[in-house]
Design a protein around this ligand. Sequence first.
Ligand code: CO
Length: 209
Amino acid sequence: MEFKKIFENNEAWIASKLAVDPDYFTKLSKGQSPEILYIGCADSRVTAEDLMGLQPGDLFVHRNVANMVVSIDLNSMSVINYAVNHLKVKHIVVCGHYECGGVKASLQPADLGILNPWLRNIRDVYRMHQTELDAITDSQKKFDRLVELNVEEQCINVIKTAAVQKAYKERGLTVQGWVFDIRTGKIIDLKLDFPKILENIMKIYDLDA
Ligand code: CO
């Protein structure tokens, strides 16, 4: 990839925006009020806005290896707090994807250095669902299911935060779990029952009594 090409693409993109609305960038610079916080994988193939047909200003985005929400990760916690408390997003989407390299790595017995503690969180998801996953003999199906369960667990991690619990009570914030099927291009809604999950875990994780 040539950087020169990227800057040319950028000029063409600016022209295309201005052709539709000469004030496009003036309006864009005024501020943002996205309705959705998107937490996804850093994978180069899973481009949030592109695959959802959205534009600048539509999504507040956080991406990391395997779309993880870890309570001591200052980065994701800051993103969630800023999006919920200041931008007042209405929805939080955790979007995983099939063929996720991070999830795949967690299934391999290998010392990956600094990635170990990060991937350990995915191994923990495996352990929490070990009975179900061990029963799947097809390795591709097992891999796919771990991707889905990881999304579910990261949604639960989102729900464990005080900001989200408060916003749910006060203004009905929702949390959605999706998987991008990289083999077909489809976004699959895992249809997680957010209120039920919240009810189930609140006995332990309630921060807003
Ligand atoms: Co990935």
